[in-house]
Design a binder for this molecule. Structure first.
Ligand SMILES: Cc1ncc(COP(=O)(O)O)c(C=O)c1O
Length: 404
């Protein structure tokens, strides 16, 4: 074989999808696999009708050309209005760059900010694409994380310490709120402290708020845009989760402030999106309508979040009965992230557990090590309760069968 690949290309992996080929193989052989690996609400809860109608209308109106690289004005303005309406922060559509999902935004951000050996503060457990994109750009992480024993909280003294010890150039701090995979919703106080710490260390603070409306069990959400006024910050959001429109591939990078750094960031992101011409034009038109149709959206989201809360709590109740694992109850997103007690199970690692579960019980989940947290597993709690119940019963009998 020709020696053709870059060294960095080895980082192009996604633990959430790494068992897909094996699962598809089973399915081709006629085996039904319960797939709890991808966090895709639209699989089980159809995208609301009014959004689909808007997409169809966009096509019928001939919105099929490339669009403005940074996104159509109507969508950028709709994102600005949403933040103003929901969080009382005012910025114009100029602050918004539309991307093909946050997934594309992460590649752009890391390519724009990271030089070989630069660092970023990404809290463990993290959404895997953060680390992948950081590494693909040649970067490394600062070791900081949530503490599971105190309900996946963040100890800001530990963050200070980690930043102090890290050495090298640290470019940004990235918060996910609510978090994937733990479902943690960070409180206002800890968020404020993180903003201060980032400021003191001259790091850009970024907040991925893609689940900001999927909050439950009594938690309340604060946007970083409410706390970081006057300092450069970046917000990531999109329609995949809150609007139940994953396949539209529409996300946003928002840089709300007007200082020199923020304006330079906006220009740089614009340079990047011009390279790839445009996002998905009909989806942009549909999303502009979706974001502006507050009445329909409120109705749809209320129903979706109530259903998600029910399914997550049901899953967690069942998982709590499993003596081979422990789980912190989430307050947002739609995952459960139990810790495996590997001392009582005949597996060396979460990876072995996940592979065995797929082979023997035909349930596909994701290994915690893919989120930077070994000895854990992540389950997507989106299917109806009968399916979740079936899957968790299979997990429970799998554990009993492989107990040490
Ligand atoms: C925290 C987080 N950010 C971003 C994404 C991907 O978003 P998008 O569909 O906009 O690419 C996900 C998907 O699961 C996620 O959990």
């Amino acid at each position: 074989m020709i020696d053709i690949f870059s060294k960095r290309s080895a980082f192009a992996t996604n633990p959430i999808r790494e068992e897909d080929t094996a699962a598809e193989h089973l399915e081709r052989e006629g085996t039904h696999v319960i797939r709890l690996n991808t966090g895709d609400p639209a699989v089980y809860m159809p995208t609301p009708r009014y959004i689909i109608d808007a997409y169809v209308r966009a096509l019928q109106e001939g919105r099929t050309s490339y669009s403005r690289s940074e996104g159509i004005v109507a969508l950028a303005d709709a994102v600005a209005h949403r933040y103003s309406r929901m969080y009382g922060v005012d910025f114009g559509g100029d602050a918004v760059v539309v991307t093909q999902g946050i997934s594309e935004g992460l590649g752009i951000i890391n390519s724009a900010l990271i030089d070989e050996g630069d660092r970023a503060c990404i809290f463990r457990p993290y959404y895997p694409a953060y680390m992948t994109n950081l590494r693909l750009a040649g970067g490394e992480t600062v070791r900081c994380g949530y503490n599971e024993d105190s309900g996946w909280s963040i100890d800001t003294d530990e963050v200070e310490k980690a930043l102090g010890q890290a050495g090298g150039v640290i470019k940004y701090m990235l918060i996910t709120n609510p978090n994937n995979p733990t479902g943690t919703v960070l409180g206002r106080d800890v968020l404020s402290e993180l903003v201060d710490i980032a400021n003191d260390h001259e790091l850009l603070i970024m907040s991925d708020e893609i689940y900001d409306e999927i909050v439950f069990n009594g938690a309340s959400f604060t946007s970083i845009a409410q706390l970081a006024r006057g300092v450069p910050h970046v917000i990531l959001n999109g329609v995949s989760k809150n609007f139940d429109a994953t396949g539209f591939r529409i996300g946003f990078i928002v840089v709300p402030e007007q200082d020199e750094t923020s304006l330079a960031l906006r220009q740089k992101f614009l340079d990047y999106v011009r390279v790839r011409l445009s996002a998905n034009t009909p989806a942009e038109y549909a999303c502009a309508e979706a974001l502006n149709n507050v009445a329909e959206h409120t109705r749809a989201t209320k129903a979706m979040v109530a259903e998600i809360q029910d399914r997550v709590n049901y899953s967690v109740d069942l998982l709590e009965e499993n003596e081979y694992m422990s789980v912190v109850r989430p307050e947002g997103a739609f995952y459960a992230f139990p810790r495996l007690d590997l001392s009582s199970l005949a597996f060396q690692s979460d990876t072995e557990f996940v592979r065995g579960l797929l082979d023997e019980e035909h349930v596909q989940i994701t290994r915690g090590s893919g989120f930077g947290e070994p000895s854990h597993i992540r389950l997507v709690c989106l299917p109806p309760k009968e399916i979740l119940g079936d899957a968790i019963n299979r997990i429970n009998s799998f554990c009993s069968r492989h107990a040490r």
